[in-house]
Design a protein around this ligand. Structure first.
Ligand code: KG4
Ligand code: ZN
Length: 356
């Protein structure tokens, strides 16, 4: 099966082709990502209207490029998948409308993919991860722990009360004047920081639930920046970046360890801890998580960086898994700005009302 995937839910315009005749990452026949970072840099963040227009401008050309790279035409495709949400609605509309048009023109099924499900299934494309596994999804818009039991069976263990961790990296980087995009800039700055100079509280550590919260940590950085005032030096910034990253990773690790305990109780055949989303590109985050997985005797899987951040390969792959199951969506599918991952879980026939 060959699936065309389109991703336009944030600030990456991406088109990919996957083919399940190959193995592992060789299944990727084309994977094109156009980052709009330059379009948004002067605003210090993603401007939805600019993003939607940029998707519209670039998508047709990228589509031609992806088909050429895969060495196929639209006729060779078995289905067209696009991110149907959650995300910035203008962008999602552009991708969904394009996918519907292509599906209609080529008389192929259209499949609307949940962006979070696409992140959740990426480790199956890259590493053939077997169900069930525990997923930590850490991106600019999401921070969730999810038990992935099967395709379409997701149990939300915990989520953030306020900022997503990537958002906290971005906002903290802005506070420290590190530019945009903030996450990678903050990681680079933290490398030059002295450990232990600022002790920032690691949020939520020790709490019995599996939720996250990062806005207090960001505020703690702001308080320090205000104390330092105009005299703030680059070394101060580096030390603060280090302290922020340490506290954020401590929090992620604590929550994930607790979630692994629960996952191992509920799914003793758990195969792995999987991390996905843009923040998984951060080395300290990866190292912290892999240490936890090792301690618990569980495999740790992190997709390659390019497949952790937003891309269309994951959308095409999720589309492929859904197509195999016989899924297709009607051409009147409405893009969804909000679309929680656990809402995809169908009620198990053996379970009673209210359970899942
Ligand atoms: O998954 P993604 O590409 O987009 C969505 O939010 O869906 O994730 C982007 C987020 C941004 O907040 C970015 O700052 C963060 O991932 N990020 C990082 C790093 N690289 C990207 N955060 C910390 N360290 C990094 N190296
Ligand atoms: Zn994403």
């Amino acid at each position: 099966m060959k699936i065309l995937g389109i991703e336009t839910s944030c600030d990456e315009t991406a088109v990919a082709v996957v083919d399940d005749m190959a193995e592992g990452a060789d299944r990727l026949k084309a994977n094109i990502v156009l980052s709009q970072i330059e379009d948004h840099r002067k605003f210090g963040g993603v401007v939805p209207e600019i993003a939607a227009r940029a998707h519209l401008r670039h998508l047709p050309g990228l589509l031609d490029d992806a088909l050429a790279e895969a060495g196929i035409t639209l006729d060779d495709i078995d289905a067209v998948a696009a991110t149907g949400g959650p995300g910035l609605i203008g962008g999602v509309m552009v991708g969904v409308t394009m996918a519907k048009g292509l599906a209609l023109a080529a008389d192929k099924p259209f499949i609307a993919v949940n962006h979070l499900e696409a992140h959740a299934l990426t480790a199956r494309l890259t590493d053939d991860a077997a169900f069930p596994y525990l997923l930590l999804l850490v991106s600019g818009g999401h921070c969730q722990l999810v038990l992935v039991e099967a395709l379409g069976r997701y149990t939300l263990y915990g989520t953030t009360h306020d900022d997503a961790v990537g958002e906290a990296f971005d906002k903290t980087a802005k506070l420290l004047g590190l530019g945009y995009p903030g996450g990678p800039a903050l990681e680079r700055m933290a490398e030059k920081g002295a450990p232990g100079r600022f002790a920032l509280p690691a949020p939520m550590v020790g709490r019995p639930d599996l939720d996250f919260s990062f806005s207090g940590l960001k505020t703690a950085v702001r308080t320090q920046v205000q104390k330092l005032g105009d005299a703030i030096t680059d070394q101060d910034r580096a030390d603060l970046a280090h302290a922020f990253q340490t506290a954020a990773v401590t929090s992620l690790a604590d929550r994930t360890k607790r979630a692994l305990d629960r996952a191992l109780r509920e799914a003793p055949d758990l195969t792995a801890l999987v991390v996905a989303g843009g923040v998984a590109a951060n080395k300290t985050v990866r190292d912290g998580l892999s240490a936890i997985a090792e301690k618990q005797g569980v495999a740790f899987l992190a997709p390659p960086m390019a497949l952790c951040t937003d891309n269309a390969a994951m959308v095409a792959w999720a589309g492929l898994e859904k197509a195999r199951r016989g899924d297709r969506d009607a051409l009147d599918f409405k893009p969804r700005p909000r679309w929680p991952l656990d809402s995809l879980t169908q009620r198990h026939p053996n379970k009673g009302q209210g359970e899942n």
